[in-house]
Design a protein around this ligand. Structure first.
Ligand SMILES: Cc1ncc(C[n+]2csc(CCOP(=O)(O)OP(=O)(O)O)c2C)c(N)n1
Ligand SMILES: [Mg+2]
Length: 280
């Protein structure tokens, strides 16, 4: 369980961004932009010392859990987990290929280290609550993290979960909303504007922080503060940009949402070169 400093976390995030682009372009399908917005928070979780995990004993009952409720963003999860040592990096190149365990959405029955099979949006928070509640009942010290998308927040089950987590005072639970401003068919403002997430979630009795989730210097302190809260569940509203890291490339392609499609090979090469030039 490494605990890199902010500069090294930024370098790690860059490495993960490159893998996201490589594996989705190789697959010819997938969700690179949804993965890129979430990349900094996922990097901090796995490499910033916030999660205790053992890549060999991945079923250790005392491990911390991370559930990617927006399961379509699994390229970021597979890339982070591969670099953390759960599986060889070259294996994730089989993303979405027939027979590969690196499916288009995480499958806990086929891939070790995956805590929940997600992809049907709206369910991850409820699963995370189950883990957190079990942890309380078993008097364990593990923490459960879960990440939802801002479009996903339109699912009613999420709001039932928010109420239940407060009822059970699940201070061993941290939810992250990846507020990248877009969902599948357009901007969240156009499709379903949920208003002020911080105000709404806080009104359910949660501790809430709103941060720039693509700035590691904000991500790390927010996670530190979240894990220190006692007596209530915690949420980080992580304001991000879909496709963060290669925004000028997506703008040049004329699609700043770029939902659910890989970069064509030539564009991916440009994006990788752009990332290589990005200052850390
Ligand atoms: C229950 C359900 N309905 C619809 C979909 C199809 N779908 C896949 S991704 C997506 C958009 C999700 O948007 P958001 O949560 O904002 O995630 P982002 O891709 O922006 O990170 C939708 C509607 C789904 N996977 N599950
Ligand atoms: Mg979104």
């Amino acid at each position: 369980m490494p605990a890199l400093n902010i500069d090294d976390l930024k370098k790690k995030a860059l490495e993960i961004r490159k893998l996201i682009i490589e594996i989705t372009t190789e697959a010819g399908s997938g969700h690179p932009s949804s993965s890129l917005s979430a990349c900094d928070v996922v990097t901090a979780l796995y490499f910033g010392g916030f999660m205790k995990y053992d890549t060999v004993h991945d079923k250790d009952p005392d491990r911390d859990r991370f559930i990617l409720s927006k399961g379509h963003a699994c390229p970021v999860l597979y890339s982070a987990m591969a670099l953390a040592g759960y599986f060889p990096v070259n294996e994730i190149m089989t993303l979405r290929k027939l027979g590969s365990p690196y499916e288009g959405h995480p499958n806990m029955k086929r891939l070790r280290g995956i805590e929940a099979s997600t992809g049907s949006l709206g369910q991850g928070l409820s699963i995370a609550i189950g883990h957190a509640l079990a942890g309380k009942m078993d008097k364990k010290n593990y923490r459960t993290f879960v990440m939802m998308g801002d479009g996903e927040m339109g699912e009613g089950q999420i709001w039932e979960g928010l109420a239940a987590a407060e009822k059970y005072k699940l201070d061993n639970l941290t939810a992250i909303v990846d507020q990248n401003g877009f969902q599948q068919t357009g901007s969240t403002h156009e499709v379903l504007d949920m208003g002020d997430f911080e105000k709404k979630i806080a009104s359910f009795g949660w501790h809430v922080q709103t941060i720039n989730g693509n700035d590691m210097a904000e991500v790390v302190p927010a996670l530190k503060a979240a894990v220190a809260v006692k007596g209530q569940p915690t949420c980080i509203v992580s304001k991000t940009r879909k496709g963060f890291g290669i925004l000028p490339i997506l703008e040049a392609e004329g699609d700043i949402n770029y939902h659910g499609k890989p970069l064509p090979k030539a564009v991916a090469e440009k994006a990788l070169a752009f990332l290589s030039k990005s200052a850390v």
